[in-house]
Design a protein. Structure first.
Length: 149
């Protein structure tokens, strides 16, 4: 699984001009599920995301997590994180999970993050979504459950 984690002042997602999820300060997580991902990948990423120390403490150092701050998350599925652009001009998505597995693991990650007592807003799996955000910092972190980067 891959995630782009952005610290935001606010974020929202809509489909057909209907807002599905909206948060104030917290994290926007774009989540891609790869072929071969399994529940262990979900657990690894959920723990990593909620414990990332990417919020400033009182001395201005990045020492606080979304969990410590009790902030919200907006988690959106994004299979294009598995786009391979090394050959040609059109990305290949052959390493992205099939939709059934992708949706199952996406929902599982949302549930695991929520189990920490955090508010989790979501997009709609498989839909064309409009995402708006105000990046804070900016702070943007890339995560990969296989630890490839």
């Amino acid at each position: 699984m891959r995630a782009v984690v952005q610290r935001v002042l606010w974020a929202k997602v809509s489909v057909n001009d209907q807002i599905l999820g909206e948060i104030g300060p917290g994290l926007l997580v774009l989540l891609g599920v790869g072929d071969g991902d399994e529940p262990g990948d979900v657990t690894y990423l959920a723990q990593k995301i909620v414990n990332l120390r990417i919020f400033e403490d009182e001395s201005g150092k990045l020492n606080d997590s979304v969990l410590e701050r009790r902030l919200a998350l907006l988690i959106i599925s994004q299979f294009t994180l598995y786009g391979d652009c090394r050959n040609g001009r059109r990305p290949s998505f052959s390493t992205a999970a099939l939709p059934e597995l992708g949706e199952q693991l996406y929902k599982s990650l949302c549930n695991q993050v929520a189990s920490y007592g955090l508010t989790v807003a979501q997009g709609r799996f498989g839909s064309h979504m409009a995402v708006e955000l105000l990046n804070d910092g900016p702070v943007t972190i890339l995560l990969d459950s296989k630890r490839l980067f």
